[in-house]
Ligand binder design. Sequence first.
Ligand SMILES: [Zn+2]
Length: 381
Amino acid sequence: MTAEGKTKAVFMNPVRLGGYSFTPDHPFKPERLTRVFDMCRERGLFSGSGIVIDEIDEAEPGILETFHSAEYIDMLKKADSGGEIDIDMIYHGIGTMENPVFRGVYDFSVLSATASVKAARHVAEDSESAFNPCGGFHHAHSSRASGFCYVNDIVLAILELKRLGRKVAYVDIDAHHGDGVQEAFYSDPEVLTISIHESGKTLFPWGGSEKETGSGKGTGFNINIPLETDTDDDIFLLLFRGIIIDAVEAFGPDIIVGQFGTDTFSTDPLTHLRMTNNGYIEAISELHGRFPRIMATGGGGYNMDDVVKGWTLLWAELAGIELGGGYGGALGGVFLGDSSIYGSDLRDMRIVTSGPRKEDMLRDADRKIAWYRENIRPYLD
Ligand SMILES: [Zn+2]
């Protein structure tokens, strides 16, 4: 417990979910969840004061119904045996290459949603922050699976926070546009939704332009920041500070819900950005420094080693554990310890885009920030 009598951070144990498997060649590998848990444990990141591990062992009855249609939930249950695919399933996006039918698809989805809703309750009630590595399924729609996402745990968590009377800002830094979450709250001025992502010109789900600003009363409460291919940490941080931090401060939420996918990294096989985990964790720690109350989820990330490192850094940040930066512990020529204990080996080498391409990107970032100030910011004050 912290001085205020609250838990510092809750880690939703994803190990049970790490045992599921989509299809052998599918890029989404639940195994990464077990590996993140193991790495955090090996580094001693569960042993600080105020840290709690919450088990995800049972699905909460009726948890999907607040967002998903009854027809879609039935379809997902039918797919759970991993058996035959029928035309109705395909109509709902289930049973495609992207969203295959696999044994336990319903259980996996309902447990991941339960974990995010429980994590949200922790942050509303008894903990400063919480992390559900098996969450962040931001593409799922109310009646359709999309982009490896069957159930939208984020929408369910935000709806739960709204029910508890909390004001939420959603910050999505996954390489893909958070279309399912945008759609759910597009006309709702009580939830600020922000997504920074590789442009829809070059990446699924092919939307997420800055002109999508919300509708009706929700106008001005949806912010998209599309990124060009080869965007590096510098450009990302410029936009993160100039738009996201500024917008969240103006909005003044009680709680941040964060989708912290790691598929923006240069090593990711599905995307075309050039970020490293340095820019990733700097952005998150700036946000966390200003807004301690964060319900964090994982999300995309298809280079397994890099996902594991990124989320270990994320958990250390939420738990308030100093990993040390780029320093293995040498003093007077004597090496004092294994660099892995200090975490310096978790950080990537920095990658910087340079030359005329970078100049163009800097100009484009300035233009985006100016556009935001003129067109969005007035709604948030
Ligand atoms: Zn993604």
